[in-house]
Design a protein around this ligand. Sequence first.
Ligand SMILES: Cc1cc2nc3c(=O)[nH]c(=O)nc-3n(C[C@H](O)[C@H](O)[C@H](O)COP(=O)(O)OP(=O)(O)OC[C@H]3O[C@@H](n4cnc5c(N)ncnc54)[C@H](O)[C@@H]3O)c2cc1C
Length: 367
Amino acid sequence: MSITYDVLIIGGGPAGLSAAYLCHKNGLSYLVLESGKAPFQGIANTYPEGKLVYASRPKDAPEPFMVDELRPPDKPVTVESYLQYVQHFVQHENLNIQTEVAFEDIKDGRDGLTVITSKGSFKGKKVVLSFGSNIPRELTVYGDAKMVAKNVDDPAKYIGIKTLVIGGGNTAADVIISILKAKRQENDTHPVYWAHKAETFDVNKETAQRLGEEILLGGNIRLLPGSIPRIGEVDEEGVDRLIIRINEFKQADGIDLYHSLSFPMHNVIACIGSQGPMPIFDKLGIQMIACAAGVCKIAKEGERLVLLTSEYESTRKGVFVIGGAISPSYMKISEGAITEEKHPNLIYTAINDAYHVVEAIKKKLDK
Ligand SMILES: Cc1cc2nc3c(=O)[nH]c(=O)nc-3n(C[C@H](O)[C@H](O)[C@H](O)COP(=O)(O)OP(=O)(O)OC[C@H]3O[C@@H](n4cnc5c(N)ncnc54)[C@H](O)[C@@H]3O)c2cc1C
C-alpha cells in the first residue's frame, strides 16, 4: 500500500520549500515534488549569474517574513550564495523532497487526491501547487513522440552528436554557447543546428558577443531560420525523432515540396520560452474568471484569473495554489464577493502564502 501524505507540494521554490518546512514543524506528513535537479531550480534557471537577491516587501504588507529561515538576508547576497544557503537548509532540516519529478495531473480518489507525475503517482489528502509562474512551453508537434529537453544540465552529453537547439532568444543562444564550448574543449566538430520559426534571431548584445567569440574560436553552428518543428515520430528502430521543416516550396499544381531534417529527440533542446500556468489550471479543471471591462485594476480586460478562497483553496477541493503561480493577481472569493486581489511576484509573498496555507490545512485536517 502506498503512503497517503497529508500534503503533496508541487514545486520546490520559496513557496514550496516554506510549505514543506512548516509541515515538518507542525507534524504534517508531506512530500515535495520538484521537476528540476535541485530545490530552487526555478530561481537557479531564471536569475542571471551574480544577481543580488533582495528581501523586498510590498510597502503596504502588514506581516513580517513568516518563515525567517528562508528569507533573503537584509544585506543583499548573490543568487549563488542564497542558493547555497538553501541547499544547506534543506539538508540540515532533512526536508522530504523528490527531484526530477515533473507534475502532470491530479485525479480524485476515494481517500484523497492522486497526483500523477513523470515518475509515477503519489497520494495526498491536500495538494499545494507552488510551481511558480515560469512553465516551460511544450513543443506543439503532431504525433506521439514529444519529449525533448528544455535546458542543458550537462553540455558534455552533446559531444560527438549533431545537436538541434530550437528557439530564437537569449536562452537558446546561451545553450548553444555552452555546447560549443564543451565541443571545443573536446575537439568535436559536429555542428550545432540553431532553428527558429522567425527569419531573424533576437539576442542581446552581450550574448551575441559571447556567441560570436565561440564561432570565431571554431564553433560549428548552422543557422536554420524560418524552420518549424512539425512531427514527433518513432522510427523503425524505435527511436523517437523530431522532424523539423526547414523549407517549403509552394507549387502551382498544389503539390507542395518540403525540405525537412529529422533529429533523434535526445539530440534536441527546445528553448521556446515559458508561459503562465493557465493551461495547467485548465487541465486540472480549476476555475478562472475573465476580467470584465473596468473590473480589474492589475490584469487587463479579458485576462483570466484563478479563483481562490482567502485560504488559497481553488475550486478544485483540496487543491491550493500559492506563490508566483498566482501573480500578479488572482480573484479572491470572500464573504460572498469576488474581487481582484493584488499578489506581487516576490519571495516574500511566496513564503507568506505558504504560512497561511499550512495554517489552513492544519485546521482542515484537525492537526
Ligand atoms: C530575474 C528575476 C529576479 C528576481 N529577483 C527577486 C528578488 O531580488 N527578490 C524577490 O523577492 N523576488 C525576486 N524575483 C521573484 C521571485 O524569484 C519569485 O517571486 C519567487 O521565486 C516565486 O517563488 P515560487 O516558489 O512561487 O516559484 P518558483 O521560484 O518559480 O519555484 C517553482 C518551482 O517549481 C518547479 N516546477 C515548475 N513546474 C513544475 C512541475 N510541473 N513539476 C514539479 N515542479 C515544477 C520549478 O522547477 C521551481 O523550482 C525575481 C524573479 C526573477 C525572474
